[in-house]
Design a protein around this ligand. Sequence first.
Ligand SMILES: C[S@@+](CC[C@H](N)C(=O)[O-])C[C@H]1O[C@@H](n2cnc3c(N)ncnc32)[C@H](O)[C@@H]1O
Length: 386
Amino acid sequence: MTPAPDPVTPRCAVFDVCGGCSRQDMESGAQLLEKQSLLQRHLRETAGIEPESYELLPPVTGPQWNYRRKARLAVRMVRRKGRVLVGFREKRGNYVTVMDDCEVLAPGLAELIRPLRVLLDGLAARETIPQIEVAAGEAAEHRFRPEAALVLRHLRPLDPGDLHRLTEFAVRWKLQMYLQPGGVDSVHRIYPRYGPERLYYHLPEFGLRLAFHPMDFLQVNAAVNRRAVRLVTDLLALGPEDHVLDLFCGLGNFSLPIAGRCAGVTGIEGSADLVARAEENARANGLENARFLTADLYRWNTEAPWAAQAYTRVLLDPPRSGALETVPLIAAGGARRLIYVSCNPETLARDARELARRGFHLKSAGVMDMFPHTLHIEAVALFERP
Ligand SMILES: C[S@@+](CC[C@H](N)C(=O)[O-])C[C@H]1O[C@@H](n2cnc3c(N)ncnc32)[C@H](O)[C@@H]1O
């Protein structure tokens, strides 16, 4: 990491050690410029696309602090200190940061760090709990009514006393409490006993309320996500005749807003759980023109009925490894407009080179500041072909 050219004092007292952030020593405008220039550099060096040949979109920004609504916190019993630590891992080494609060976690989650430490310190199983996933629904972000969930990974069975303490904590903090004794499939809720295992977020501009399970993939920054959804739907330039293919659609975060503005959406996603969530969200929001299918997009098959169909627009939002394998599918389809949402400018640039070879040219691109104070770059790019 390069030193900040014009350093500012980090807001967080543990910035130097905590691995949760990497760039609090730099003013936020300068961070954005750095992310933009890295995006442009990857596009130029990997894809040969010069910055003058496309429009640079204004960055999508949001609050710089208390934005993060999902995180995995490490837990460690430190014998030397005689207590349990809960927090992000340190930047260097495998230690857990000593922290009481967090400037980037959503308030409803940050305020749990200290009480969680006390809770875990009092558990018989405190040496066999390696991590806690924390997730906040919309209400917690607004300090209105805490709506959050914890998923506690434990390596040994918990005794009745520990289960009781965990339940009491959930009641006291109005939380959903989940346990994970093994792999991801073992996650189950212990409190509350009844009601849907869901948290919710809103996309008010589209009149949507989306449900998610605390273990689901979720865009972590609510404000930036809302603006990103708006930007993507605008760039798609949808009309009532359009049929959209949304690849790597997750729980329908983009597909459902899109469905409200076109003839139909087909969302493809590798996780069957997320497909079920997307279907549930379509039903709950009264959208009948969205369908969702499970498929491995790195091994898709030309015979799949969804792959043979015609679409007028495509949206791609792949994981960090990118979407090179889907380019032949997109090129064979009829879409002339493609939006690529990326969390890795290196694979975006690699895929942009392949898209260009197949006739799709980059029209505009820009960064979305999903993770302020980190080196993580999210980007959006619009491609068109004649
Ligand atoms: C960056 S997320 C985007 C999710 C969604 N568009 C959203 O905004 O919430 C990438 C998605 O790709 C899915 N995914 C990962 N590997 C996949 C694969 N091989 N085939 C299909 N989907 C995959 C993940 O489950 C995840 O939902």
